[in-house]
Design a protein around this ligand. Sequence first.
Ligand code: NAD
Length: 248
Amino acid sequence: MTAIDHLDEVRARLARARKVFILTGAGVSAESGIPTFRGPEGYWKKHPPEQLASPEGFARDPKLVWEWYNYRRRLIAGCEPNAAHRAVAEIERRIAQFLLCTQNVDGLHQRAGSRNVVEIHGSIWRVRRADGTGPSVENRTIFEDTELPLRAADGALLRPDVVWFGETLPAEAFARVDAFLATGPVDLAFVIGTSAVFPYIIRWAAIPKHQGAMVVELNPSPSLPAELVTICWPHKAGDILPCLLERE
Ligand code: NAD
């Protein structure tokens, strides 16, 4: 394996860190076998994800959208957390003040042992009424396609409790991340496996950077603005994160 630039520096910072923030995206689960949307396997039956994961797509064809989510539930249920998920969970065990914000809906971080997790895009394992009333409830069933679209007892359409393209982030989850970042400076932040296409990704890298944190971007195709990044590792998450935790 190739040498990892600045590995000792990041290890030393991690060893001294009291407060660590980690932001992850679809890339952290890619090595578990779950395709990213923007990667080559992002399309399902030739449908671009933006057309399925959207309020308009659901209004147009709720059965099709549910079939896609059901397919992804089955796929995710057959995948295991990878070395990157496990390393993130191990970092949490070592650090006094820790928050993981994931855009992933697959629950693999929690399965790897992460506890202090904000699921900023929701969870594929929760459902709620599409009319916006009522609570979000856990539901881990893999359905027969004939049972879809999923409906409540009164016939109302249910939807996966995930954030679709064009929807706003859940206010409570957003506030939890902001509150963590506002209460004292972060020593070390990792932005792993996400493209910086949304303003809140930039925001949650910029706040720690301006607080003096070491900000590490880990992504084979890095996309954060250079001024927000202290160290850029253009590699796969599962290749690098375990090295961070090895004893020298
Ligand atoms: P994204 O914009 O976060 O892109 C994925 C990023 O991962 C890319 O920048 C890519 O270069 C990087 N990447 C690929 N392989 C990697 C690896 N091995 N290590 C590190 N980085 C790697 O996400 P997206 O795919 O466009 O998805 C958009 C949204 O859809 C997500 O934020 C999420 O809410 C949802 N989604 C979730 C899952 C999941 O739960 N596993 C998967 C796909 C999409």
